[in-house]
Design a protein around this ligand. Sequence first.
Ligand SMILES: [Zn+2]
Length: 303
Amino acid sequence: MGRGAIILIALVGLAIYYFSNREVNPYSGRAEFNTISINQASKLGAQSYAQILQQERGNLLCPTLSAGACMDDDLEVVATVREIGERLEKAAIELEQDYLEAGYDFTPVAREFEWTFNVIDSEQPNAFCLPGGYVAIYTGIMDITGNYDGEVTLADIDDPDKLAVVMGHEIGHALAHHGAKRMSQGQLAQLGMAAVAVGVGDMDAGQRQMVMATLGMAAQGGLMAFSREHEAEADKIGLELLVRACYDPREAPELWERMGKVGGQRPPEWMSTHPASDTRAENFRQWMPEAMDQYEQNCGPLR
Ligand SMILES: [Zn+2]
């Protein structure tokens, strides 16, 4: 059998693998490739979370939330983050229920997640929610979500709406299983590359390198576009959580505009995979009327 036939069989196999491992994502309506189960992903989430908390154990703010063991300021920050977390958790359960009632076929996860909210003292403007509901907020993000005066102080949590925007966005990634999907897509791209590598074995080294580099860039580009889709989706889910938890949805575009201006060392979540700020602003303009309506139905008039 020739190389061509082998590659063809491999690629057909991959296509079958791809099409038989897709699930409908209720938030986008699209069928998406995912080979990692909710349980597997949550287990991975729990493991990474434990590792991060272990590494950051010296920087964890008041994890037990006990008045005797913590400084008052730390206590207040952690209590605020956990209160936002609880409201968003309830909102997530409601949101999934709403989608189920609207007829979408998917497995809800918000009730099963082991929601945990911790604050890490760090200059990094970072925040994440791992599969399974494991959330960490870095103090470095709190001035951007707060009064934006250049320093992190208690005044930054006086108005917690923008912090809720960030947390809602991160929780959105977890609800839509973006981590698992990214891993699945990455594996698929590697398998495809391996199949092609077999096929280009006869070319001379220069040609082979060129083909593989081009394919590598295409795969990279595909994965980046995929991440941008996920970012927009997390924005949308975040907004739906905000209005269910009674946080002002109008804070969302403002927060992301600020975030776009933050330079320096940014963790991967905030880098190039995030949508260009004008795309993001346009999305919010489209979503906002409905979000405001929904807020007012749930929470009373917006001031
Ligand atoms: Zn994101």
